[in-house]
Design a protein. Sequence first.
Length: 82
Amino acid sequence: MKRLRQKSPTVAGLCIAALFAATDAFAGGLTLQDAVAKVESETHGKVLSAETKHNGKQTIYRIKVLTHDGQVRVIEVPADNN
């Protein structure tokens, strides 16, 4: 009998993250990638990190950006913001 290999937690985590991103997209909201693109376009800065925060039923993307003048700014974008 063949033994099945367990997938690593990293792969499982990525699958779950993709599922949440797809759910946001189908719900008419922004995906994390959309929010990052929006912040890059508006600030013309370099995105250092991006994460998804959940506050009850509200989803907020927290994006850290290095501006051209050397400042680090944290910008929060609601997922339902179009």
